[in-house]
Design a protein around this ligand. Structure first.
Ligand code: GLN
Length: 532
């Protein structure tokens, strides 16, 4: 029988509920149970793919091409498993299904209502994932904050599931912020108290409380949270800020959350084995040799826009015993002349040209790429990054003035990057890019082959444009060679032959990087960057 753990949030969003959920998952997995996780996003968008990164942070792409919330990335990294698009449930998906059924006549004769029709749809989606994954435990994180109008149907569905599954079959964990007043150093529980009331108002009593705080809270604060939250003191846990976040499972375990979870869910207790995981954490913390990496993008004001890339650098760094120090370069500032190219990248050891869309910042990135290439610094271009490396090379090495991607300049005389064949005629924007894990043929004798050591690799994609095959001969004769090819036949990876690491990839290797299994692309990049 599958057991469910619902994780709700109080006070404000962006608390790190995703990390808490993933950490609990890791502990249960360490106890020998099979675990999976679902993220509920109460917004009306069908998926995260149509949102600006500033709204939402990174769009995390799953193997099956789902454009999902970045918490799915946390779950994959902590649980070490691939999840599918169905693990991200949104209001958009739920309503679309209910309305489709209504039109089809599935509810003929009835008034279609939020309870039971919408809540039934939510429950059936959760149970479908449980069934298909055949997990012992399904974690269900409800995005947003308790009290949000959008979240109500999901919390109501969760409340009903507790009734249906029984108290050992479904558990509620409420994650709350406990702020510290800088003037007095005092931890305040009032906002948390309000969120407990808000939960109770809709019929949910938490079983476990996780208090998020900047620094460890004292026992009296825990006592207060227990009193107002109506739980025992040993059912209150504190997740204070740690670096890296991969240490959170240990923080929670030290306070005994694993035993309380086992007791409440009537599971046999087995000591979670965190051996290899903590080895990784220790390596990360003990890596003192720094490498400065320029992160060149246009959503740099919100670092979450590039979350999986940041994590992939951490994973590889720990394995190589180096600490990547990130220097964020806002390409728009370079484009507008607010920041000089030299100032932005002269001091760095290497640079990542980040993924992106549209014209803003593109010229800024191109001038940075030129400078990096001329200085022979290691460069990793991801997706739009690869595309702009190709544009820069076309303009400044091949002398093709005005070369561009047709995404930025539809009338360029040299469309070195052009719309994918399969995208012609695509007008719908949602879920219509070339998405998900697709095979790439890696050519022998290349840097790409040294990276992967395999002829065929699968990486995840999210793009509409490609390197225009008509220019391949010109590129190759000038030293920019194709080292990976898609199954449709267009270049997936390109590299400069006489440089140590000047490599662009159309795919996103960051999505598959895991703490215990870092991406080989990031490993090789950091090796080059650190001279190891
Ligand atoms: N905008 C580019 C494309 O659609 C690159 C996308 C990306 O960087 N993810 O092909």
């Amino acid at each position: 029988m599958t057991k469910y753990i619902f994780v709700t949030g109080g006070v404000l969003s962006g608390l790190g509920k995703g990390i808490t959920t993933a950490s609990i998952g890791l502990l249960l997995k360490g106890m020998g149970y099979s675990v999976t996780a679902i993220k509920i996003d109460p917004y009306v968008n069908v998926d995260a793919g149509t949102m600006n990164p500033y709204m939402h942070g990174e769009v995390f792409v799953t193997e099956d091409g789902g454009e999902t919330d970045l918490d799915i990335g946390h779950y994959e990294r902590f649980l070490g498993t691939n999840l599918s698009r169905d693990h991200n449930i949104t209001t958009g998906k739920v309503y679309m299904e209910v309305i489709t059924k209504e039109r089809r006549g599935d509810y003929l004769g009835q008034t279609v209502q939020i309870i039971p029709h919408v809540t039934d749809e939510i429950k059936s989606r959760i149970r479908d994932v449980a069934e298909r994954s055949s997990a012992d435990i399904v974690l269900v994180e409800v995005g947003g904050t308790v009290g949000d109008i959008e979240g109500l149907p999901f919390l109501e569905a969760a409340r009903q599931m507790r009734l249906e599954e029984g108290s050992a079959g479904a558990l509620f964990i409420h994650v709350v912020l406990v702020p510290k007043l800088s003037t007095t150093g005092e931890f305040k529980t009032k906002p948390a108290q309000h969120s407990f009331q808000e939960l109770r108002r809709i019929g949910i009593q938490p079983d476990i409380i996780v208090a998020r705080s900047e620094s460890p809270i004292n026992p009296s604060v825990k006592g207060k949270l227990a009193l107002f939250g109506n739980v025992a003191t040993d059912e209150v846990f504190n997740s204070y800020d740690v670096d890296p976040v991969y240490e959170v499972p240990k923080v929670l375990k030290e306070q005994g959350i694993d035993r309380v979870l086992a007791r409440k869910l009537s599971l046999e207790y087995r000591e979670p084995d965190l051996g290899r995981w903590m080895e990784f954490v220790e390596r990360y913390k003990n890596s003192s040799r720094t490498v400065e990496i320029a992160m060149v993008g246009k959503y740099t004001a919100l670092k979450d826009s590039y979350l999986s890339i940041i994590e992939a650098l951490k994973h590889a760094g720990a394995h190589l015993h180096v600490k990547p120090v990130l220097k964020w370069i806002e390409a728009t500032d370079v484009e507008l002349g607010k920041l000089s190219v030299k100032e932005s990248v002269e001091s760095v050891n290497a640079a990542v040209i980040l993924p992106g869309f549209g014209a803003r910042g593109a010229e800024g990135k191109i001038s940075i790429i030129k400078y990096l290439r001329e200085l022979e610094k290691p460069v990793l271009g991801i997706c739009f990054g690869l595309q702009l490396m190709v544009v820069e090379f076309a303009r400044n090495v091949l002398g093709l003035q005005g070369a561009n991607t047709t995404e930025v300049d539809p009338n360029t005389p040299y469309p070195v990057i052009d719309l994918l064949e399969m995208q012609r005629g695509v007008v719908v924007k949602g879920g219509s890019m070339r998405l998900g894990a697709l095979p790439i043929k890696v050519l022998r004798g290349t840097l790409a082959y040294r990276i992967y050591g395999a002829d065929i690799v699968y990486e995840r994609h999210r793009h509409r444009y490609q390197v225009n095959p008509a220019y391949i001969d010109k590129f190759e004769s000038a030293g920019l060679r194709v080292s990976g090819v898609s199954h449709e036949g267009f270049p997936e990876m390109m590299e400069l032959i006489d440089m140590k690491f000047y490599f662009g990839t159309q795919a996103h290797p960051e999505y598959k990087s895991r703490p215990l299994n870092p991406s080989p692309v990031f490993m090789e990049f950091l090796r080059a960057a650190s001279g190891s």
